[in-house]
Design a protein around this ligand. Sequence first.
Ligand SMILES: [Zn+2]
Length: 222
Amino acid sequence: MRIFDGFNELLFPEKGVCLFCGNEEEDIKNYICNYCKDNMEYLNREVDLDSPYLGKVVYSLFYNEFIKEKIYLYKYENYGYLYKPLGEILLKTIYEKNLIENIDIITYVPIHRRRKAIRGYNQSELIAKYLSKILDIPLSREKLIRIKHTKPQNKLNRYDRMKNMEGVFKVVDSTEFENKEILIIDDIITTGATIKECAKVLLEEGQAKNVHALAVTSGMKL
Ligand SMILES: [Zn+2]
């Protein structure tokens, strides 16, 4: 039977499917078709968030309508499977920026458990899990948690944003992070306040050695 299976594959090569647009093409790699690739602009940009708690902060793509829409679908419209192409985008950046050197664990920006229950998943956690598996670096889950809801950060000024983030995150098991080099994953860096606060808590409560951050895109005006 195996011979026949192989024969069928030669006659009808399995087409790849683009998970962003549903296009079927034979040479689809990493779940993204050429059309969608042309709609993305890789920046692999390192940003300075002016935080003593953060090492490298890098995002992959220029924030355009294309990626804005995909992230919206991923977070709010139940397109949970988009963690695969989004994970592939981050992988490309990781390799190009040499981001995994010395990384002991990968984690993610936590969402409140109530929000996770409603959405069914944490978008950044799914991407972090995907990266952890491919890179063979342990994933830390549910050791950095979110204990407070926050107002949308983009409506606040710089001072209120920092105030808004106070006491939002908590480390529940510091042995997980102690003396470790951590890569934290987020989908989008909007103001930087969330990622800064996560890094602060990981260092102060978790006793981490260093925290680096990686996001798909950033809406920051730079
Ligand atoms: Zn596509």
